[in-house]
Write a protein that binds this ligand. Sequence first.
Ligand SMILES: [Zn+2]
Ligand SMILES: [Zn+2]
Length: 533
Amino acid sequence: MDNAAIADRLDAFASLLELAEANPYTIRAYRRAAELIRGTAAPVDKLVRAGRVRELRGIGPGIEARLRELLETGQIAELAELERDLAPGLVGLGRFLGLTAKRSVEIARGLGVRTPDEFREAAATGRLRDVPGVGPKLELQILDALAREGEPRPPRGIHLPRARELVAGIAEAVGGEPAGDPRRWRDSCERLAVVCAASDPGPALARFEELPQIVAVIERQDRRAVGVTVEGVPVELVVAAPQAAGTALLRATGAEPYVAALGPLPDAASEQAVFAALGIPWCPPELREAPFRGEPPPLVDVADIRGDLHCHTTWSDGRASVVEMGRAARDRGYEYLAICDHTPAVGAVQGLTADDVRRQAEEIAAANEALAPFRVLRGIECDILPDGRLDLPDDVLAELDWVQASVHGGQRMPARELTARVEAALRNPYVRCLSHPTGRLIGRRPENAVDLERIYEVAREQGVALEVNGLPDRLDLRGEHVRDAIAAGVKIVCSTDAHGPERLAYMELAVHTARRGGATTADVINAGALPAG
Ligand SMILES: [Zn+2]
Ligand SMILES: [Zn+2]
């Protein structure tokens, strides 16, 4: 069993524990373990067999026992039991129809049904109204949603890494390629698709319906099926005839306005061949939003990145020490890493005072000695106070190699005040980069009211860079803003804001988000040598 398959089982287990309303810490521990296992290069099945899996940080005795059981018996007994009890297929369908997990389970129990098909049949024969707690209004709502099961529905996005992991796992299992929003690295993914090529679509469709990720199938055609995950997220499988697989991949990758503007598409086996037949250069998926037929710019690549300029340690709310973070960055092939812990005004977590910053300097000096020629930079993520002053005095900032300025509290300030506040910070001579400029949290908090056009102007004038923050729920700046910032002459920094060594992997999200804005290596500061202090 490879790492991805093991991680998928742990994720499935976590989803079921969530349905069973288990302890949130347990659920989080399984999710974290899945993420860790997916991200590690070490073969986890070998580590388990050798009794060494707990050397991976975050794997405790409980999870080790589950992993051992999974590898020895091919399954986790409690997971199978939860599957029997909770009927995840019904929960997936219920969530897709707009019900909560709890409601879905209650209704399924009330009906005495176990599968989506039994549920549909019970609903069609008018048995819903016999279930305690289901009034005529809810019955109508469910019947209506069932009738529109195959139709497009209001978008409900999921985070990019989860979406990429889902389509990658499914693509691997059915021998296809990931497509849809995650292939374009869209920040919130609504259309998830996988395309595979086969003359006979039967085997791929059958495999798809059996996958642990797919709990219910809501649509089935000759060469296409739509299944839902336990979260109620629809995933589409397209099985194209081999001679038209490239065309199907291009279509399923989207986005719709981009594909529509290409006009009628010729059938071809590969995407390259479709572009060639259209007489236009191949277009990186990140640039396929608005209509575009031209020569794409030479986009920045993850391999071009030479350092990370925003991460945290145990000095504030990170999980690893300075030297552990530095070593992890060096192991990724970087030349430098800036330690940017918080300052006191951040509030919720511990922040560094001027004294702390000077004490941290000693630890950073020691790390530099241990890791040379790799460079650990003395940085800070300094809060911008409500009046635009910074949370540390200038003489402290002057000692540092790299200063990020951030708005944390007070995101809801009106546009004029917030813009003036950020502008004042950009004019501080020591500030090098503005972190997560719009403050959005995808799906939870909208972008703040800051006047970005004004910020681009001042940033260019002051030589301050703007961050593309790679945290999956931030991705801030987003692609469209990156495009505008570059056009205004502003430099970009792709950062992870990592709070632990494995999170340095979020660089991928930051870089691909910058690519969506057309960023080249010349636009991205950390695609270059160590920035001068
Ligand atoms: Zn921050
Ligand atoms: Zn941060």
